[in-house]
Write a protein of this length. Structure first.
Length: 122
């Protein structure tokens, strides 16, 4: 897979992931402050992954590009945290939560690998 194919795949996956998280949140959102807070944080971090990848494409320097990919990685890690909270507090469909958690973990690993490669540590 060449560089452009990899970028396109990553963008498609992060966008689909953001949409899946938004749909999941809408499905389980009921009254309750804790759910709203966690879901709000989840949506922010999940959608930030793809947004930072888009920003990286418009980066003005290699350092700027690496920073945006690193921010995307941080957002993916944060998303895993919120999904783990939902899983452990049995909020939402456990099958959907587990699917989202697996995808967030995979995105985190991909981005982590990318950061290491970009910094010349892999």
């Amino acid at each position: 897979m060449d560089n452009q194919e990899y970028k396109n795949l990553l963008l498609r996956r992060t966008k689909k992931f953001s949409i899946d998280v938004i749909n999941f949140a809408d499905d389980i959102l009921q009254r309750g402050l804790s759910k709203r807070i966690v879901l709000s944080q989840l949506i922010r971090s999940a959608t930030s992954i793809g947004a930072n990848i888009i920003e990286a494409q418009a980066a003005s320097s290699r350092k700027d590009f690496i920073n945006f990919i690193h921010y995307a990685l941080k957002s993916a890690n944060e998303t895993c945290y919120w999904l783990e909270l939902l899983k452990e507090t049995t909020r939402g469909d456990p099958v959907v939560v587990e699917h989202l958690l697996r995808e967030a973990t995979e995105l985190s690993k991909l981005l982590g690998s990318s950061v290491l490669a970009l910094k010349g540590r892999k």
